[in-house]
Design a protein around this ligand. Structure first.
Ligand code: ZN
Length: 208
């Protein structure tokens, strides 16, 4: 199933939650959008268009990292004391070398680290956990852990922290409903799916 279909089902799930809880029109609209986004989250584990959309511009990150590297070398050379000078220039040169080697496929990992650091500086638990989720998703194979019960539990914790942070009733159920709707839509029993999902990882890798 493609991303648009997943998002549409998730949005519908958000609408059902909003109706059940009798939320205000603006909250209903928010929950519909949140349901759509939540239904796309499990597929962060693919090398596809979705990945390119959510990750920061590859060239921009490269440029910023290289600029910081150059500034560190120059600053350390003029301002550092004897030891600091060489350490600072060394780190700057390593940064320049590493940033030249950043590839598109590492962008999701870098995005995860960015979200994690953002969460730490803002002291938002849900953002820290989301960063960890994205980091893990960037390493596991497609339709594995993000498409399992373990993935649902992890995302459920993120959703409950998000609801507590926003103070909006229905956020938790909407995120969970959107996420679970994705896994149901990816099940092998549906005629348009060639592959199923490994719901019981890591206990069993049977495809359902
Ligand atoms: Zn999927």
């Amino acid at each position: 199933m493609n991303g648009t279909a997943h998002a549409a089902i998730g949005a519908a799930a958000g609408f059902v939650v909003a109706n059940t809880l009798h939320t205000s029109p603006s909250t209903t609209l928010f929950l519909v959008g949140l349901g759509g986004v939540s239904a796309l989250v499990p597929d962060l584990d693919i090398d596809g268009k979705l990945r390119e959309k959510i990750t920061f511009s590859h060239h921009l990150i490269q440029l910023v990292a290289q600029l910081i590297g150059i500034l560190m070398v120059v600053y350390s050379f003029f301002e550092g004391s004897a030891d600091e000078r060489w350490i600072g220039m060394g780190i700057g040169m390593v940064m320049m070398a590493v940033s030249a080697k950043i590839k598109q496929k590492h962008m999701l990992t870098i995005t995860g680290i960015g979200v994690l650091l953002g969460g730490i500086s803002l002291q938002e638990t849900w953002l820290i956990l989301l960063g960890i989720y994205i980091l893990i998703a960037s390493f596991v194979s497609h339709r594995s852990y993000t498409h399992s019960i373990l993935g649902v539990l992890f995302f459920g914790i993120i959703a409950s922290k998000l609801e507590a942070s926003l103070g909006i009733n229905g956020v938790y159920y909407t995120c969970l409903a959107g996420y679970i709707s994705h896994l149901i839509a990816d099940l092998k029993i549906l005629p348009f799916n060639k592959r199923g999902v490994k719901l019981f990882l890591p206990i069993s890798s049977i495809e359902i």
